[in-house]
Design a protein around this ligand. Structure first.
Ligand SMILES: Cc1cc2nc3c(=O)[nH]c(=O)nc-3n(C[C@H](O)[C@H](O)[C@H](O)COP(=O)(O)OP(=O)(O)OC[C@H]3O[C@@H](n4cnc5c(N)ncnc54)[C@H](O)[C@@H]3O)c2cc1C
Length: 371
């Protein structure tokens, strides 16, 4: 899903409830701390591969061997952290209706594997988690991780049935993250967020049930929009610091009696040798090689991290030079991102993309300071 489609979906519900353009009292833009983009503030640049499937993520059970059931749970694109609790709940439902077996091997220790494993153990299953990389060395640690349904699927390729499941999972996940918000042990917190448009934003496409996922939503367009943009949506949103959060999930899982084993599986036959009767595939991008899912493709992202800056307590998404741009504040860093490379497997840092991101944010900081 491109940024436009994401924004349409993300804010559609809220927009349906928003006042018509011009109906909001004209207000000056909020006085926000100016982001300092000086190159001396760059800590590092990282790249990761979002596990993208045009028709959407997979949650499905199948008979694996005479004694085992295989449950797939992967393919969350740019919204794996966002959707994690919702699709884990869906996975547990599918698993429990496919088999009565209670010994589970969860393969994968990113946000999807950890959340699924934790949910299973809390429901009384006996769970061992196997993975060849643990936090902080997973793609999930690279994530932004802003709560938003971005690059999760392509509208033309997804079925109406998937969209319904996805909506239900998004609601569940948003509610679940609210339980962690404000608790420093989990690194989940609310931020004031802005979506900035260079062209007038599309009107509601009818998803009124999504509105409460964007508390305080207001849309300003035309002369009422701020910072010389054609439209500005403002609302509040959840942010998750993946390094803190994944460490906490792993600790919760182990405290609940879960076991973690380092292991790499080259093919399904190796998985079938596991003693567990239920295998849950949470291998993210790894599912392509392991199970031959050719629809699963990388959507490469690159982030530049800046030193933390006092007063930067807001997030935004916008675009610059035809590609997206976003800024998310964390306690330990400021995350600058916006790159999407579909089909690109490279984890090398692209200096031209880093330059675009830094210039784009510097330009926006100037506009925001000018009011
Ligand atoms: C730059 C960037 C920004 C992002 N921003 C956001 C955001 O703002 N919000 C958001 O919600 N999401 C965001 N994402 C997306 C998010 O990171 C992914 O959707 C999510 O990490 C997928 O989680 P996962 O657990 O499926 O995969 P992973 O984190 O990749 O975990 C997969 C696990 O499976 C294991 N594994 C794989 N293959 C094998 C094998 N053969 N044998 C053994 N173990 C195996 C791995 O070792 C690992 O433990 C972003 C991603 C990137 C790259």
């Amino acid at each position: 899903m491109d940024r436009r489609a994401f924004l349409t979906l993300a804010t559609a519900g809220a927009a349906a409830l928003a006042l018509p353009p011009g109906a909001l009292a004209r207000t000056s833009p909020p006085a926000l701390e100016r982001l300092d983009i000086h190159p001396s503030r760059v800590i590092r640049t990282v790249a990761g591969l979002r596990p993208f499937r045009a028709s959407g993520y997979v949650v499905r059970a199948e008979r694996f061997s005479r004694r085992q059931t295989l449950v797939h749970h992967y393919g969350h694109g740019g919204a794996g952290v966002t959707m994690s609790w919702g699709t884990a709940a869906e996975t547990v439902r599918v698993l429990e209706s496919a088999t009565r077996e209670r010994t589970c091997a969860v393969i994968g220790c990113g946000v999807i594997g950890l959340t699924t494993a934790l949910m299973l153990i809390r429901r009384g299953h006996d769970v061992t988690l196997y993975a060849d990389a643990l936090p902080p060395y997973t793609t999930s640690n690279i994530a932004g991780a802003y709560w938003g349904i971005a690059s999760l699927y392509r509208r033309e390729a997804a079925s109406p049935e998937f969209i319904e499941r996805m909506r239900a999972a998004a609601h569940y996940a948003h509610r679940a993250f609210q339980h962690y918000a404000g608790d420093p042990r989990y690194g989940v917190y609310w931020v004031r967020a802005f979506e900035l448009y260079h062209r007038p934003p599309a009107n509601s496409h009818g998803a009124p049930d999504m509105a409460h996922l964007y508390p305080g939503f207001e849309r300003r367009t035309g002369p009422d929009a701020w910072w010389r943009h054609a439209g500005v949506d403002s609302f509040h949103q959840l942010m998750i610091d993946p390094n803190i959060y994944l460490r906490a999930l792993k600790a919760d899982f182990e405290r609940a009696g879960g076991r973690i084993r380092m292991a790499r599986f080259e093919n399904p036959r190796e998985l079938s040798r596991l003693r567990e009767r239920v295998i849950v595939n949470c291998t993210g991008m790894g599912a392509r090689a392991l199970f031959g899912d050719e629809e699963l493709e990388p959507n490469r992202g690159q982030l530049t991290l800046l030193l933390p800056q006092a007063g930067i307590d807001y997030a935004y998404t916008t675009s610059f030079e035809g590609a997206s741009l976003y800024m998310f504040p964390r306690r330990g860093a400021i995350v600058l991102g916006g790159s999407h490379g579909r089909g690109d497997w490279s984890l090398d840092i692209d200096p031209a993309e880093q330059d675009r991101i830094l210039r784009g944010h510097a330009e926006l900081a100037r506009r925001m300071a000018a009011g």
